[in-house]
Structures are given as C-alpha cells and as structure tokens.
Design a protein around this ligand. Sequence first.
Ligand SMILES: O=C(O)C(=O)C[C@]1(C(=O)O)C=C[C@@H](O)C=C1
Length: 127
Amino acid sequence: MDSFDPSASSLGKDVDPAVMHELLQIRSSIDNFDATLVYVLAERFRATQRVGVLKAEHRLPPADPTRESMQIARLRRLAEEAHLDPAFAEKFLTFIIDEVIRHHQAISDGTAPLPVTPGSADADTRA
Ligand SMILES: O=C(O)C(=O)C[C@]1(C(=O)O)C=C[C@@H](O)C=C1
C-alpha cells in the first residue's frame, strides 16, 4: 500500500503552528470519514452486484425508475433532517445509481469484469 502522510499540505510554511495543529486534528476526522465512505460504498456495490446478477439471470431491466424516485425522495427527506443540502444528496445518489446501472448493463451484456474478491486469483496480492 502506498504511504499516506496525513500532514502533507500545500499551504506553505507560514501557517501559524496553532492553526496548523487544529487543522490537522480536524483533517484526522476527515480521513476517518473518507475511509468510512469507501467501506460503505464497497458494501453497497457488493449488494448491487448481487442485484445485477439476479436481474441478468431473470432478464429484468437494469434500471427501475419507480424505485429510484422513492430512493431519491427518501434521501432528500433524510438530508433535510441531517442538515445536508438535499440537492447534493440527490446528485450523489444519482451519480452512484448511474454507475450501478452501467454495472448491471455490463453484467447482462457479459462484458463485466469479474468482481475482485479477497483470495480470488484476480485479487491484488501486493502488500
Ligand atoms: O434495486 C434495484 O433494482 C437496483 O438495481 C439497485 C439500484 C440502486 O443502486 O439502488 C440501481 C438501479 C435501479 O434503477 C434502482 C436501484
């Protein structure tokens, strides 16, 4: 794995050390949130991969617009409750779903690469 330097910055050397200290503390939380996002997204794509296989096996269309409308309306409500911009929540979900639909299409076309699972021959075994 490539090394991650949490203190790497382009802000220059003139930043007040106390400000830099506070910034690095906040960035440490941001790094944890970013890692969580990756894990959450990986699990979501693992689930949608199963949906893609199921849909392909039963010749169902990749997209389900009615389901998507429900998901978007729900996420917009949750975003409002959480004080997150609902337009951003919708854009983010739509971005993910569009990618899922591309994956579903590729599974049904037979052009999808095999999912890389730990221990499989395709898995990246580099340290
Ligand atoms: O639930 C489905 O039918 C899916 O294919 C999953 C999913 C999603 O990513 O949530 C993706 C595409 C569909 O249009 C709706 C939802």
